[in-house]
Design a protein around this ligand. Sequence first.
Ligand code: ASP
Length: 356
Amino acid sequence: MAFSISRRGFLSVAALTAGASVVSSCASAKDSKGTEGSVTQDAGDKVDHSKVSGHIVVLSTGGTIASTADASGALVPTVSGPDLVEPLYDSFDKNKLTMEVKEIAQLDSSAMTLEDTDNIVRHVREALTREDVDGVIVTHGTDSMEESAIAVDTFIDGEKPVVLTGAMRPFDDPAPDGPANLALAVETVTNPQNKGAFIAFGGTVLPARGAYKSHTEHADGFSTNGGERPKGLDFKPMKDVRVDIIAAYPGAPGDLIEASVKTGAQGLVIEGMGAGNIGSSLADAAIKAAATIPVVLSTRVDAGPVSGVYGGAGGGATLGEKGIISSGTLRAGQSRILVAAAVATGTEAKALFDAP
Ligand code: ASP
C-alpha cells in the first residue's frame, strides 16, 4: 500500500474506509500543510459497494448538496432527505445497507444558530443510543460544517461513527459532487473501526476536530490542523449561550471586547494574528474579560498551532500568563463551539482545548 505526503494534512479516505484506525490518524496536528506526520494514500483501494452492510441513520439539514437553482439562478436548499439518498442504491445493495432518512432542517448552513446545532446533536445522540444503528450520516452545508462537526464530536461518547458530508456543487449541477461524497460517507460510517465524528469530503475523511473549510470552491475544500479529542460531554443545549468571535488586527480597539461583554457575551474567542498575538488595547480588554468569562485565543492564520511564544502586552506568552486560553490547533469557528459547550455544561473551558 503506497503512501505519500499529503498537502493538506490528513489520513486518506482509502485508509479509513479500508480498515486503518482513525484515532491515530489525527496525524497532522503539527502542520496542516502536511510536512509532518500526514499521509495520503495513492488512489486505488476501492471499497466494493455491493458488500457494504449496516443500518445507518441519515440526517439531512440542507446545504448545497440539497440545493437547486431557483428562477434567478440563486441556490436554495430544496431537495428532500429521501431524494438525496435514494441514488445511493444504484451502487449499494439495499439488502445489506439500510438507511433511515430524517430531514431535520432545510437550511443554508451559514444561517444556522446554536439552536440548530443543538437539534443536530440531539438527533445524532438519539440515533446512536439505538442498538440497531451502526452509525449516523449528517448531510450539511459546508459553510458551518466544521462547527456542527465539532459540536457532535464534543457531545458523543465516540464509540460509533458519525460522518458529516455535503457538496460544493448543487444537486442539479451537471457534475454534482454530492453523490460521491455521500458514498464516501457511507463507506466511512459502515467501517466499525471508525469511531467518533468525521467530515467525509472530496475523497478525504478528516476527524471532526481540527477540520475547517479551506477553499470556497474546490471540491476537496476541507483541511485540518488536527488535535486530540477529549472525553465526550453529556449534552446540554447551547442555544441560550452567547460566545462572540472578535477579529484582531493591528490597532484593533479594546472597545470591541468591552462592547461584546457589555451586551451579554458569556465567552469570547479572539482570532489573533500569527502564532496568537494581539495589540495592546485588545489585550488589556481581553485580560479584564478573562477575569469573569472564558477567553480563548486562536489565530487567523490557516495552518499551525497557537503557540504563545511572544512577550509584550499582547504577545501570546503574556496572554497565557493572564488567564487567556490558547486554542491549540483549533481555529475560531470550532473554538467558539467548544466555549459554548463549556458554558452550557459548566465545564472549565481549558479542559476542552488541547493546548499545553
Ligand atoms: N452556503 C452553503 C451552505 O453552507 C455552502 C455549501 O453547502 O457548500 O449551506
